[in-house]
Design a protein around this ligand. Structure first.
Ligand code: DGY
Length: 328
């Protein structure tokens, strides 16, 4: 069985696929054009898919009828038309859990970086504009006892909430599709309405799966309702926020600061005026970028392909319905 992997991944995953006797193709070229990528996809049975720049939509599936399974090298699957894949009996694997710590670490890092204006202060050192001690300049804020609002309290949100509670004794409120009983019991997290989340959070951190109805949910009208000293954190998907509205809310001091590991668009322009603000810290989507998480992702992606090659269910599948469709 052929496996196309569009970029190099950690060796541990490649080894697993080799040991399973699968025929692996990894292009030498680092960043394939859409046409180059599609040509490889047309000639493979399965894919380990890295990155989200190319979409798995109906036109993809029509162009690549040989593709029988996709193992994403990500937990997020918003670049895949899951309904279309399921209708075509194509399982789509993903990589949950192994990156929860790393991604929540980045949310926690951004929360502190923004609270203490770390990016701005780093820039001052680099620019040679350190200057004399100033009792009033670039003051941050402390997080002790403040309220952390989590939008989407799954595995990553839980880790963020736990760290914030342990480090700063933060109160946790959350809004989610379902109650998270573990978080309520272990962390004293309180379920609130979306409106309450927006109005009562000192730090608002997004950890939900992105779906089309979330598109730019965090926009002018939401920033307007937040506390003026609130910090907005997005490590989930850039599509959750309207970046121009976010910029304006920061300029108008509707909110206090923002930490982004995901931007809208992504990659964002280096000329975006938001980068000039002292109240932001922006990273280039590095949530899962640790050796541990990336090795774990490689193992899960390889495990999904190997299971498929043996006619078994993918252990980590974004469209488990595909299996009930098969059996019916
Ligand atoms: C994920 O796994 O979804 C992360 O965003 C890395 O792509």
């Amino acid at each position: 069985m052929k496996v196309f992997i569009n970029k190099k991944i950690p060796e541990t995953g490649i080894k697993m696929l080799e040991e399973a006797g699968l025929e692996i193709t990894v292009p030498e070229k680092e960043n394939l054009s859409y046409e180059e990528w599609l040509n490889y996809c047309k000639n493979t049975d399965t894919l380990v898919s890295i990155g989200a720049e190319f979409k798995y939509d109906r036109s993809f599936f029509e162009a690549c009828p040989n593709v029988k399974a996709i193992a994403l090298y990500s937990v997020g699957f918003d670049h895949v038309d899951i309904k279309e894949a399921t209708q075509r009996n194509i399982p789509v694997g993903n990589t949950p859990d192994v990156l929860s710590r790393a991604t929540s670490d980045v949310a926690f890092l951004l929360m502190q970086s923004v609270a203490r204006r770390a990016s701005y202060n780093f820039r001052k050192v680099k620019d040679g504009s350190w200057g004399a001690f100033d009792p009033l300049h670039a003051l941050g804020q402390e997080l002790y006892g403040k309220t952390l609002g989590i939008f989407g309290l799954g595995r990553i949100g839980y880790e963020m909430a736990e760290k914030s509670k342990k480090a700063f004794g933060m109160n946790i409120i959350y809004h989610n599709r379902h109650h998270n009983e573990e978080a309520e019991q272990e962390l004293g997290a309180a379920y609130v309405s979306f409106e309450e989340l927006i109005k009562n959070s000192d730090v608002l951190s997004i950890h939900a799966n992105f779906t089309p109805d979330h598109k730019e949910l965090f926009n002018e009208s939401i920033f307007e309702q937040m506390k003026p000293d609130a910090i907005f954190i997005n490590t989930a998907r850039g599509g959750f926020h309207n970046q121009k509205d976010l910029y304006q809310a920061l300029v108008d001091q509707k909110i206090w600061g923002a930490g982004l590991d995901v931007t809208n668009p992504e990659p964002m322009s280096a000329d975006d005026p938001i980068l000039e603000l002292s109240s932001v810290c922006i990273l280039p989507h590095i949530g899962s970028a640790t050796i541990e998480a990336r090795n774990g992702m490689a193992r899960l992606a390889a495990g999904n392909i190997i299971a498929f090659s043996k006619n078994e269910k993918m252990p980590h599948c974004a469209n488990p319905d595909v299996y009930s469709a098969h059996s019916s």
